[in-house]
Design a protein around this ligand. Structure first.
Ligand code: UN1
Length: 494
């Protein structure tokens, strides 16, 4: 019998009021239940928000270096539990163990990096235009933050939000994806063990339609930080706009790699396979479009398809597995539906294109890595995010056309170019409409100390990661101290 887990509200582990629960299952072995979790509703959410509100007063007055010390301790605990966290992660969401270790490492890196901000959180001082007057800007916390996170990076992405929110002096209600509640629980346990006071970080499990919607609508929440689909992101933005609450959104991608005729093809093939099929294509940074110059299209396609066909599908816990399952049955159907769409649109399918049912694959949600060819920019498979291991190959006749095709979707997260021409590389950096551009590297693998996010339908102008993340979780306050002892009028006294 699987263990039962609870919400974490005001420093106590509690079940949902309704007593309703849901299971977290292993997508590679659907019979394996990892745990039973509370199915929270509005009343549970309200309690968590209340706890966070109450604690905000005290937490925001705790010196930032002290807040950050707790984060450093949490990072240390993550280091000591890295392997355990990674194994649970692979069992809970399917990606191969090496990648789960990377996810945990990204969480550790982010936690250390942002903990360092506890002794910075720099503002600015600047001269006043008036004599005997001091001017500066300081960061202040926003208040109660709702952190709503996806299942594909179940440890890293929560740290992107929770750690900067807390170091900046906010309190948090965390609603993790319903597919990865166990990793989320372990993360919250780590913060508890690190000494975070009760109520500063609250955890509410459940589904988006109930727990998520109630959290976004709660007037006690000052800021919603959301990573997930465009459809839900839009609902979150509209809801927050109704009462002018802050919202930071990180949504989809349809990321392109440009493979030019002068590219190192060995490197490009390797990068394309990793970008398209790593994490089973379930990264918002995944390379889902390969825009290839016609001069090398045949050779690239042959080598790419041969490499993709050799990928071993299976349980991510096994050392020999290259590609794990997709997250759940709904996603398996969705990925498969795009193969049907590709057929209807007249694309050709060079490998894969079906649910894998051979051997152990029958026990989980496995889709064969699929390559769509003869894809044109207007096809749905070239525009819509699939979130599966199914890249589309788009042939182009020139570098200029490659840029145009790359920029022709509504998203703008990551992008990449393989070329040996330094001038082209810089033109690509200048012209690719995306928040991230890689040169001679794939679209995935962003590092925590650089800004992460995108333009157009990918986000709403914020950047997680880097020091830019602080602009999400703090308000700027301008401060003037007039020590002249008289009334001085800006713009008028001169
Ligand atoms: C995501 O898929 O939402 O850049 C995040 C990368 C990872 C993060 C991906 N560091 O691929």
């Amino acid at each position: 019998m699987a263990q039962t887990y609870h919400n974490f509200v005001a420093g106590k582990w509690v079940p949902a009021r309704s007593g309703k629960t849901f299971e977290s299952i292993n997508p590679a072995r659907k019979k394996e239940v990892l745990g039973i979790f509370p199915c929270s509703e509005a009343a549970d959410v309200a309690q968590a928000v209340q706890a966070a509100r109450r604690e905000f007063r005290r937490w925001r007055l705790t010196p930032a270096p002290r807040r950050a010390e707790i984060m450093f301790r949490a990072a240390e605990i993550m280091v000591s539990r890295k392997e355990e966290l990674a194994q649970i992660m692979t069992r809970e969401m399917g990606k191969v163990l090496k990648e789960s270790r990377g996810d945990v490492q990204e969480g550790i890196d982010m936690t250390y990096f942002i903990a360092g901000e506890g002794r910075r959180l720099y503002g600015e001082t600047t001269p006043s235009e008036l004599p005997d007057k001091f001017a500066m800007s300081i960061r202040v916390p926003v208040g109660v933050v709702a952190a709503i996170t996806p299942w594909n990076f179940p440890l890293a992405i929560p740290t992107w939000k929770i750690v900067p929110a807390l170091v900046s002096g906010n309190t948090v209600v965390f609603k993790p994806a319903e597919d990865t509640p166990l990793v989320a629980t372990m993360l919250v346990q780590i913060f508890e063990e690190a000494g975070l006071p009760g109520g500063v970080l609250n955890l509410v499990h459940g589904f988006g339609e109930e727990a998520g919607a109630a959290l976004v609508a709660h007037p006690g929440v000052d800021l919603v930080s959301f990573t997930g689909s465009c459809e839900v992101g839009q609902q979150v933005a509209v809801r927050c706009a109704q009462d002018f609450r802050r919202v930071s959104l990180e949504m989809g991608g349809k990321n392109a790699i440009l493979i030019m005729e002068d590219a190192d093809l060995d490197l490009a093939v390797e990068g394309a396979v990793w970008g398209a099929c790593g994490t089973t294509g379930q990264r918002c940074t995944a390379a889902s479009r390969l825009i290839v110059h016609k001069q090398v299209a045949r050779e690239f396609t042959e080598r790419f398809v041969s490499a993709v066909s050799r990928l071993r599908l299976g349980d991510g816990m096994k050392a020999e597995t290259d590609v794990g399952p997709v997250i759940n049955e709904a996603q398996l159907k969705r990925v498969d539906s795009y193969t049907q769409i590709a057929r209807q649109e007249g694309a050709s399918i060079l490998c894969g294109g079906e649910v894998a049912v051979e051997g152990e694959c029958a026990e989980g949600f496995f889709y064969k890595p699929t390559v769509f060819a003869q894809v044109t920019p207007l096809m749905r498979i070239a525009r819509e995010e699939i979130f599966g291991p199914c890249p589309a190959l788009l042939p182009v006749g020139s570098f200029e056309e490659a840029l145009e095709v790359a920029n022709s979707t509504s998203y703008g997260l990551s992008s990449a170019i393989y070329t040996r021409d330094v001038n082209r590389a810089f033109v690509a950096i200048q012209e690719l409409a995306a928040g991230i551009t890689y040169v001679n590297a794939s679209t995935i693998g962003a590092e925590v100390h650089l800004p992460f996010g995108g333009i157009c339908h990918t986000g709403n102008g914020h950047r997680e990661g880097g020091k830019t993340v602080l602009d999400i979780f703090t308000e700027w306050k301008a401060v003037y101290v007039d020590y002249s002892g008289k009334l001085q009028k800006a713009q008028i006294d001169r």
